[in-house]
Design a protein around this ligand. Structure first.
Ligand SMILES: Cc1cc2nc3c(=O)[nH]c(=O)nc-3n(C[C@H](O)[C@H](O)[C@H](O)COP(=O)(O)O)c2cc1C
Length: 168
C-alpha cells in the first residue's frame, strides 16, 4: 500500500519531519511511503496512495500561504476524497501555533472528503491529540527538532497501521 507525506518547507525543518513520518510508515509491513514537497509532488503516486499526511511550518500560527494555495489548488485534483488524512507542523516557539496549523490542515482535509486520523489516545503514550508538532532550536536553546524524531516516527507507524487496517 502506498502512503504519501506532503510538506512545504523553506529551511528544511518540515522536510525533515516529513521524512521521519515516512520512515515510521515504511516500518509497517506492506507499506511504501514517500515524502514530497508541494513543489515536486508525484501526482500519480499520491493518487495511488490510500493515505496522505500533510505538513507545514507555522507562519504566524497559520500554514504557509504556499501550502494554503496548494490545498486550494493542486490538492483538489489529487483524488484525496476517501483517503486517510493526517497533519503535522514545525515551529520555533513552544507556543508558536503548531496545533492551530495542524487543525486548519485537518479542516481542509475534511472539506476534501478525507478521513482524518491522529492516533489520539488509541495506542497510549505518547498521546498525539491532533497531530505531531516539532519545535526547532532557532529561538529556544533548550529545544531541538531532533528531540521530536521519535514522536514523528511513532506517528508515521501508527498512521500506516491504521491505513493498513482500513484499506489493506
Ligand atoms: C514568515 C514566518 C513566520 C513564522 N511564524 C512563526 C510562528 O508564528 N510561530 C512559530 O513558532 N514559528 C514561526 N516561524 C518559524 C517557522 O515556523 C519554523 O522555523 C519552522 O520550523 C520552519 O520550517 P521550515 O524549516 O520547514 O521552513 C515563522 C517563520 C517565518 C519565515
Amino acid at each position: 500500500m502506498k502512503l504519501a507525506v506532503i510538506y512545504d518547507s523553506r529551511t528544511g525543518n518540515t522536510e525533515k519531519a516529513a521524512e521521519w513520518i515516512a520512515e515510521g510508515m515504511n516500518g509497517v509491513p506492506g507499506v511504501e511511503a514517500r515524502a514530497f514537497s508541494i513543489r515536486s509532488a508525484d501526482e500519480a503516486f499520491i493518487k495511488d496512495s490510500k493515505g496522505v499526511v500533510i505538513g507545514s511550518p507555522s507562519y504566524c500560527a497559520l500554514m504557509t500561504p504556499e501550502m494554503h494555495a496548494w490545498m486550494l489548488g493542486s490538492a483538489m485534483n489529487l483524488e484525496l476524497a476517501g483517503k486517510l488524512g493526517g497533519a503535522f507542523a514545525t515551529e520555533q516557539y513552544t507556543h508558536g501555533g503548531g496545533d492551530l496549523v495542524v487543525q486548519s490542515i485537518l479542516v481542509n482535509e475534511l472539506v476534501l472528503g478525507m478521513l482524518c486520523y491522529s492516533s489520539g489516545g488509541e495506542y497510549g503514550l505518547p498521546y498525539i491529540h491532533v497531530g505531531p508538532v516539532a519545535v526547532n532550536s532557532n529561538m529556544e536553546a533548550h529545544n531541538s527538532l531532533e528531540n521530536y524524531k521519535e514522536l514523528f516516527v511513532i506517528y508515521g507507524g501508527r498512521f500506516a497501521k491504521k491505513a493498513t487496517e482500513l484499506f489493506g
